[in-house]
Design a binder for this molecule. Sequence first.
Ligand code: HEC
Length: 206
Amino acid sequence: MKADPENNQERDQLTGDEIMHGHEYDGIQELNNKLPRWWLGLFYITIIIGVIYILRFHVLKTAPLQEEEYLTEMAAFEQTPSEEAPAPSSSSSGDEATVTGTRLTDAASLEGGKTVYDKNCAVCHLAQGQGLVGPNLTDAYWIHGGSFEDIVKVINTGVIEKGMIAWKDMLSVTDIQQVASFIMSLQGTNPPNPKAQEGTLFNPGS
Ligand code: HEC
C-alpha cells in the first residue's frame, strides 16, 4: 500500500487500483477496480435499448405487445382454412347435438348397428357384448350411464385415458345412432362368460 503522489489516493501496490476504505474484511482489501471498457459499453447499450423499448411499446405504442401479437396471430390462424381438419359439417360428423337422435328399434337399423359393432367394437367388447378390454355391454351396470343419450355420448367422446376411442370423427351420425341402438338391444341377453359388472346399476326409470 502506498500513497498516490498525484491525488493523495492510496493505491494497491500490485494493480495500482484505488483502495476503498472501510472495505477490508479479514485482511482482504476491496479495490475500486475499473470496469472493463467492453463491459461498460454493453451496459450503456442496454440502457439505450431499455429507453427505446419503453418509448416504442409503452409510450408511443407503435408496436404490439405480446398479448396483442398472440391474439392477431390466433385470429389469422383461425381464418385460414385447414386442409387436414376441415370444419366438421353438420351432416357427416358425430357432433353431439346432431347425433343424439332417438333409439332405433327397426330390424334394418339394428342390423346396421351390428355391422358397425362387429367391425369396430367387438375387438374390445367382444362379439356378443360380454366385455373384454371394454366393459360388458349386456348387463344393467354402466360406468357412464345406460340411457340412449349416455351411450351415444360415450361413443362420441370416448374415454381416451381408459382406452375407449372417441368415434365421432370415425363413424357417421347414422352409424353411431344405429350402433348405440344395437348396444341397447343387447340388454339382458346374458351371453356366456360375461365380464364382471362395472359401474352402477342403471335404472331406466330414474
Ligand atoms: C380399444 C378398445 C375399445 C374399442 C375398440 C371400443 N371400446 Fe368401448 N370401451 C372401451 C373401454 C376400455 C371402456 C371403459 C371406459 C371406462 O372405464 O370409463 C369402454 C366403454 C364403452 C361404453 C360405456 C360403458 C359403460 O359401462 O358406461 C360404451 C357404450 C362403449 N364403450 C361402446 C363402444 C362402441 C359402440 C364401440 C365401437 C364403435 C367401442 N366401444 C369400441 C374400450 C373400447
